[in-house]
Design a protein around this ligand. Structure first.
Ligand SMILES: Cc1cc2nc3c(=O)[nH]c(=O)nc-3n(C[C@H](O)[C@H](O)[C@H](O)COP(=O)(O)OP(=O)(O)OC[C@H]3O[C@@H](n4cnc5c(N)ncnc54)[C@H](O)[C@@H]3O)c2cc1C
Ligand SMILES: NC(=O)c1ccc[n+]([C@@H]2O[C@H](COP(=O)([O-])OP(=O)(O)OC[C@H]3O[C@@H](n4cnc5c(N)ncnc54)[C@H](OP(=O)(O)O)[C@@H]3O)[C@@H](O)[C@H]2O)c1
Length: 279
């Protein structure tokens, strides 16, 4: 990895430094050459709901660059954790990939987003379907006691190209050993999907194919239904579009503020201006 760039004082600041926290990075963990997690100090005043995202900022060549990042850590953690891709030529991640423990990262004081389980009404099976870094909000939701008080069954499906992109694999595979959440392991299913190499114990078909063919239901032992299913989608916009169609074909409805249905999503990869685009 090349040397960290100097984060000189930027020429143009965001509206005012009262709008963001300057946080110290505690650690950086690389899962693959293009995927890493960051742990930051958490200010006591930074509150959020599991599933929400924050805006991270860095001065890059004298200008501020801000990007949306789902929060991975639990609402109860004393730190903030994020999972990041490295986009070739991406203005933000080409700078972020150089940060190290002890460096400063800027975090907007506000939190955003409606990919939260409080949007559902009475459904008992939570299905969280993610591609790539779409895993991030679901890590926070999994680590929230509210999830386990609210849902009887919880499924996490994570689809990646290569096996080394299965972030948090060890913790997810050994969920039963977690000090706090291990007692819920019987109610949890973790399904791995690796589409571009053969990995033992992982499906090789994309999520919509697994759902449409019934393979996913067969694997976890629970079925989708309008009465029981709360489905959350995060990741590739193509996956979101296809899943919406497949699930609607099974009688599930889109969750809107005005009518709390079964399907909720976050447009994770879209540029921020398009994040409310109609799928
Ligand atoms: C609500 C929301 C939540 C997000 N949460 C995360 C997160 O938790 N982790 C994360 O790494 N990114 C997340 N993103 C994307 C993030 O905001 C940036 O786009 C990303 O950090 C890349 O920034 P960049 O400036 O390097 O490239 P950009 O110029 O922002 O992106 C260039 C292109 O790279 C692709 N791309 C960007 N981000 C991703 C991604 N995560 N996975 C696959 N392709 C991508 C897209 O095709 C995009 O058009 C989120 C975006 C939104 C809108
Ligand atoms: N992952 C890498 O090795 C890597 C490295 C450098 C740069 N990048 C760039 O980063 C961007 C994102 O890469 P990513 O791997 O995180 O995300 P991605 O391309 O969205 O792939 C993540 C997972 O989502 C699946 N997927 C893609 N489209 C889908 C759809 N319409 N329906 C269902 N599943 C779908 C992929 O399956 P398929 O494999 O079948 O597509 C893969 O399993 C890409 O633009 C890529 O060029 C990726």
């Amino acid at each position: 990895m090349s040397a960290a760039p100097e984060f000189a004082q930027p020429a143009s600041l965001p509206p005012t430094s009262e709008d963001y926290h300057a946080l110290t990075i505690r650690s950086v963990h690389w899962w693959s050459p293009t995927l890493f997690s960051l742990v930051l100090d958490r200010p006591e005043s930074f509150r959020f709901i599991s599933g929400q995202f924050a805006r991270l900022g860095l001065p890059v060549e004298g200008e501020w660059v801000w990007r949306a990042y789902s929060i991975c850590s639990s609402v109860f953690d004393e730190h903030l954790e994020f999972l990041s891709i490295v986009v070739p030529n991406g203005p933000f991640t080409q700078a972020l990939k150089h940060v190290q423990a002890g460096d400063t990262l800027y975090v907007d004081k506000r939190n955003f987003g409606t990919l939260t389980t409080d949007r559902f009404r009475g459904q008992k099976d939570l299905w969280m379907l993610a591609t790539g870094t779409g895993l991030a909000p679901f890590m926070s939701i999994l680590r929230d006691p509210y999830t386990w008080d609210t849902f009887e069954h919880v499924v996490l499906v994570h689809s990646v190209r290569d096996g080394n992109e299965l972030a948090y694999l060890e913790w997810l595979e050994n969920f039963n050993e977690d000090e706090i959440f291990g007692e819920y392991a019987e109610r949890f299913r973790y399904v791995k999907v690796v589409t571009r190499e053969a990995v033992r114990g992982a499906f090789d078909k994309r999520i919509p194919d697994l759902v449409e063919s019934g393979l996913l239901e067969q694997e976890v032992g629970w079925e989708y239904s309008p009465e029981r299913s709360a489905v959350m989608l995060c990741g590739n916009p193509g996956m979101l579009r296809q899943m919406k169609t497949v699930l609607q074909g099974r009688g599930l409805t889109v969750n809107k503020k005005s009518s709390p249905g079964n399907i909720l999503w976050e447009n994770g990869f879209l540029p921020e201006d398009n994040k409310h685009a109609d799928l």
